[in-house]
Structure formats: structure tokens, C-alpha cells
Design a protein around this ligand. Structure first.
Ligand code: GLN
Length: 186
């Protein structure tokens, strides 16, 4: 299984390490044409506005085509990119998931925090860094992870998005879930 990690900016290397620990063949994707050979893609955290700038119109179009056709998992800024609607401030999204996200939703006081949430009915550590909040989920969106009453990990079909950083915790369950999804076992 060939998994790409979008490596324009941000937290891509921790994803690479985690996916390799789990046996995936990982490519750091820096050029849009590299996407053609990938079976799935992780879009890491970082700064979503910067991702958009670095992608440019052509990169955005290519990425949009990829996430429409193939499995993708976005964390934090990656979650923002995959969303249909983005606020605070408004920004274009790839529209792969019918969710509305509010950027930097926890404010200055809570810029970064480690909290316990629930993933797949089990407690799990969740690292939040200038995290967005999923403020609306559309029809057919499955909530896989929650923190308090907030949905923090969602999925529809082959597309997954989380507002936290699973690559920063020791627990490998979230990445394993994505690999199972790419393999058609979820
Ligand atoms: N605050 C960033 C954004 O709005 C996301 C932060 C992150 O990816 N850790 O894009």
C-alpha cells in the first residue's frame, strides 16, 4: 500500500514515521503529480492558509480530484482543508467532507492542550494545537471520535478528518484505522 503524506509544510514527518511503523510504504508528496501513484493520502497539521498558498490553483485542483476519488485523512489543518465549509475566517475547502469547521476555535488560552477523548469506543489521548472545531456535521457523516461533547474525528466513506494530532501520541490506533480503510477493511 502506497501512502502519501502531503509534505508542503507542517507536521508531515511524524505521520511518515507512524505510518512506516505500521508497515506502510510512505512517500512525502511535494509535487501534485506524485499523487497519481498513491493509494491514500494523509494531509497533516500546519497552517491551512499556507497550504492553500503553497498549493496554488493547480495543486488545489489536483488535490481535490485525488480526495474525490481516493482515501484521505486530514489532521487539524488537513481537516480544515478537507471540509466543505470553513469559518473564522472563511476559506475555501476541498469539500471532501460535508462538515463546517471553525479555525482556531479554542482561543488563545487553550492554544495547545492534551486531553482524553474517545475513539472507537475506547479512551485515547488527544493532542490539540491551535485546533479547529467541527461545528456542524452533514448527513451521513460518522463520528468516530469525541472529546467531551464535540466530534473530533469524523468519516464518510473513504475520507477521514480529525481536529487533533494522533501522530503526536503513542497510540497507533487512528493511523491503523486509516490504513485499514485504505485496504478496504473498514
Ligand atoms: N490553526 C491552524 C489552521 O487554522 C491549524 C493548526 C494545526 O494544524 N495544528 O490552519
Amino acid at each position: 500500500m502506497k501512502i502519501g503524506v502531503l509534505a508542503l509544510q507542517g507536521d508531515f514527518d511524524a505521520h511518515r514515521r507512524r505510518l512506516e511503523q505500521l508497515g506502510a510504504e510512505v512517500t512525502l508528496v511535494k509535487k501534485p503529480e506524485q499523487l497519481d501513484a498513491m493509494d491514500g493520502l494523509v494531509i497533516p497539521g500546519g497552517e491551512s492558509g499556507t497550504f492553500l498558498k503553497l498549493l496554488g490553483d493547480e495543486g488545489f485542483a489536483k488535490l481535490k480530484q485525488f480526495v474525490t476519488e481516493k482515501p484521505a485523512f486530514g489532521t487539524c489543518a488537513g481537516c480544515i482543508l478537507l471540509a466543505k465549509e470553513v469559518e473564522n475566517p472563511p476559506q475555501v475547502g476541498l469539500g471532501a467532507l460535508d462538515i463546517r469547521v471553525r479555525r482556531n476555535a479554542y482561543g488563545r488560552q487553550l492554544e495547545s492542550s492534551i486531553r482524553e477523548g474517545v475513539f472507537n469506543h475506547k479512551p485515547i489521548e488527544m493532542v490539540f494545537i491551535r485546533a479547529p472545531k467541527i461545528v456542524h456535521v452533514g448527513e451521513g457523516i460518522e463520528v468516530l471520535g469525541t472529546e467531551g461533547t464535540d466530534p473530533v474525528l469524523v468519516r464518510k466513506g473513504k475520507t477521514m478528518a480529525g481536529t487533533f494530532h494522533p501522530e503526536m501520541s503513542d497510540d497507533k490506533a487512528v493511523h491503523q484505522y486509516f490504513l485499514d480503510l485504505v485496504a478496504g477493511q473498514r
